[in-house]
Design a binder for this molecule. Structure first.
Ligand code: URA
Ligand code: ZN
Length: 374
């Protein structure tokens, strides 16, 4: 069974040029006296009060040179990568630029895949600040592209979150073209949540907690607004094993059932439960770095044998490359990747079939990846 990495990012050449040309987040620049370029993408991470090591992250060819991705895949025995534009995708573009830039970036990503047929596929990026017509047109266009298997999206949607009814034509188009949404966090939580000393802690609070909670809130809002009641075949792949969604699913469902305000609005009897959606519409990457988190997420879909097997079917392996590189030697295997892959193997110790499904089979099935005969 081939090993597939479904969570792995890239900035294609024209997007790099765009980042280098900008002076507001997101952008790339160096901070003297240091001359090496840094990538500034997260809200507020270029604050002068941040120590220089907390201002963004170093950026090198692993972010934009596709041969580095292939090298990384070789080093970690990954057969296929499904690449996606890294955050903040095209979210920040002025409305008029978004459509043409999306086309260019998606063409470049498709061409990168074409350089390594059978080894690279991709999630396209959507021009979310453009009109709905333009977005829907781009979805239709992407569905014709040889290597594009879905779209990557942030939690802000068209700017008002993923529970925004204005997204309905977009969900409809994604469902119609059977494109999976790879939902990835970017915005985190308001900085006040992390307190006045947050910058002493580098990116830890934002990435370890802000990201997963952002995803959890976004998906819960989709659930509460009835997105999956209206789009029953919409597939969404959640980054970082669904944030904390599997862990909190019972509490979410219980709060819904005990909320007087929701009694009429959600017509409790008819709405689909989070459990139903977790089993039928939601896929989780396995980027959680420990078997405890992975097992919790698997168990969240039910602990009996049949559910256990079916919940394996919703997990896909990922690396988050080129983020989380080793801080020291660059020649060895990346500990962040080893931690993820070991968690999968350990969590399914003795059940090779389940581990193989997560490492590759599920991605091949969900994204309909065409395998090449050797
Ligand atoms: N940090 C990011 O900004 N994005 C990722 O995908 C991972 C870490
Ligand atoms: Zn990522």
């Amino acid at each position: 069974m081939p090993v597939v990495d479904i969570h792995t990012h890239v900035y294609p050449p024209s997007f790099m040029d765009l980042l280098r040309s900008r002076s507001a987040v997101p952008y790339i620049r160096s901070f003297p006296p240091d001359t090496s370029p840094r990538l500034i993408i997260l809200p507020g991470e270029d604050s002068p009060s941040n120590p220089s090591t907390a201002r963004g992250r170093p950026i090198g060819p692993e972010f934009y040179d596709i041969s580095k991705k292939i090298e990384f895949m070789g080093k970690h025995r990954i057969d296929i990568s499904v690449i996606s534009l890294a955050n903040p995708w095209l979210d920040f573009l002025p409305a008029d630029d978004a459509g043409p830039i999306a086309q260019r970036v998606n063409e470049e990503i498709n061409e990168l895949c074409d350089q390594y047929p059978g080894r690279l596929f991709a999630f396209g990026a959507l021009p979310v600040s453009a009109s709905r017509e333009v977005i829907v047109m781009e979805i239709a266009r992407l569905s014709e592209k040889k290597y594009i298997k879905g779209v990557v999206m942030g939690s802000s949607g068209l700017g008002r979150g993923l529970d925004d009814p204005a997204l309905d034509p977009i969900y409809e188009a994604l469902q119609e073209h059977q494109l999976t949404v790879f939902l990835h966090p970017h915005y985190g939580l308001p900085k006040e949540v992390f307190g006045p000393r947050a910058s002493d802690y580098g990116h830890v609070l934002a990435l370890a907690l802000g990201f997963p909670l952002e995803t959890t809130v976004a998906v819960t809002r989709m659930l509460l607004s009835g997105v999956w009641d209206r789009f029953r075949a919409l597939s969404v792949l959640l980054a970082h094993s669904g944030g904390t969604l599997p862990f909190l699913a019972g509490r979410i469902e219980s709060c819904v059932h005990h909320d007087n305000h929701l009694l009429d609005e959600l017509k409790q009897g008819e709405r689909r439960s989070i459990w139903d959606i977790l089993k039928n519409n939601i896929y989780l990457d396995a980027v959680i770095y420990s078997q405890i988190g992975l097992k919790a997420a698997v168990d969240a879909s039910g602990s009996n044998r049949i559910m256990f097997v079916s919940s394996n079917g919703n997990f896909l392996a990922g690396t988050d490359h080129p983020f989380f590189p080793p801080l020291e030697s660059k020649d060895d295997e990346w500990p962040s990747v080893q931690a993820n892959f070991n968690a999968i193997k350990d969590a399914f110790d003795g059940n090779k079939e389940a581990a193989d499904s997560i490492l590759g089979g599920n991605a091949i099935r969900l994204l309909k990846l065409e395998l090449r005969a050797e």
